[in-house]
Design a protein. Structure first.
Ligand code: BGC
Length: 271
């Protein structure tokens, strides 16, 4: 295989927000394996971000870590400036940083509501707006990619599936769905591709209580027709593909990587 096949993101530069752990870390590593240099963004876990950078460098890739809270406008602007200073240009931005602050609606505090909306929705807007401002200034370089830039939002099956006890999270993810489509429609003519990935239940720390232990796992598997929990690489593979020219005609869509979780598993029999 020549390099454009084995390393379809060769010489491209990527920023992955919230990539010191979980799905973000896997995406950072996968993009690097496919040839991209990666900025590993973190908010508070500098040590974990450094570990991700080290693992990328150990495999012969290029990466650096940069701290920034994605809900803070000037911090996001600083993060993009740092990427431009280090890389010269950015080709791929993955908005991934996300949190959960679960509570029944009656007890949900404004603080819990705001924390989730600020990071999971406003953070995506801020990252996407800076990406757009940068991509709009950059020349298309066909040797790198047919697009001027690619934005990937990591959404969730909960952009579609309502989630009792997690209304702040579901509201943010529903917002991401329309942010994806509206932004894609707005910027496609400038050859900027905006898409989203909606992961289902992926084995990470954020949902540990949903899969740790046989009882929790068997309950969870009832929601997944494919009958296995997702792994971070399932999502990372999809991100690498969406970022590549193999997906050049994929614009404004959400790719569900969920083992069929959105297929109304309760209807597999009856109905
Ligand atoms: C949430 C997880 C949850 C999964 C499926 C994700 O977006 O972060 O906690 O397990 O959706 O419900």
């Amino acid at each position: 295989m020549n390099d454009s096949h084995s390393k379809p993101l060769k010489d491209q530069n990527a920023l992955v927000t919230g990539s010191s752990s979980g799905i973000g870390a896997a995406i950072a590593r996968k993009l690097a394996q496919h040839g991209a240099a990666v900025c590993v963004n973190y908010r508070s876990s500098a040590d974990c971000a450094d570990d991700v950078v080290r693992s990328i460098v150990a495999e012969g890739g290029h990466a650096f870590a940069a701290g920034a809270d994605v809900s803070d406008e000037s911090a996001v602007q600083g993060l993009f400036s740092e990427c431009v200073a280090r890389f010269g240009r950015l080709d791929i931005v993955v908005a991934n940083a996300g949190i959960q602050r679960d509570a029944p609606l009656e007890q949900m505090t404004l603080e819990q509501w705001r924390a989730v909306i600020d990071v999971n929705l406003t953070g995506y807007f801020l990252s996407a707006r800076e990406a757009l401002r940068l991509f709009a200034k950059q020349e298309i370089n066909p040797a790198l990619s047919r697009a001027a830039g690619k934005i990937i939002f990591i959404s969730s099956v909960h952009e579609l599936i309502p989630w009792a006890g997690h209304a702040n999270y579901a509201a943010a993810k529903g917002g991401i769905m329309q942010l994806t489509k509206s932004m894609a429609q707005e910027v496609a003519s400038r050859r900027i591709r905006v898409n989203a990935i909606a992961p289902g239940a992926i084995r990470t720390d954020i949902n540990r209580q949903a899969w740790e232990g046989p009882d929790a796992l068997s309950k969870l598997l009832k929601l997944i027709p494919y009958n296995r929990i997702g792994e971070v690489d399932d999502v990372a593979e999809a991100a690498a593909w969406l970022a590549s020219d193999a997906a050049d005609y994929v614009v404004g869509t959400t790719l569900f990587v969920d083992g069929g979780m959105v297929l109304y598993p309760g209807f597999a029999s009856g109905g």
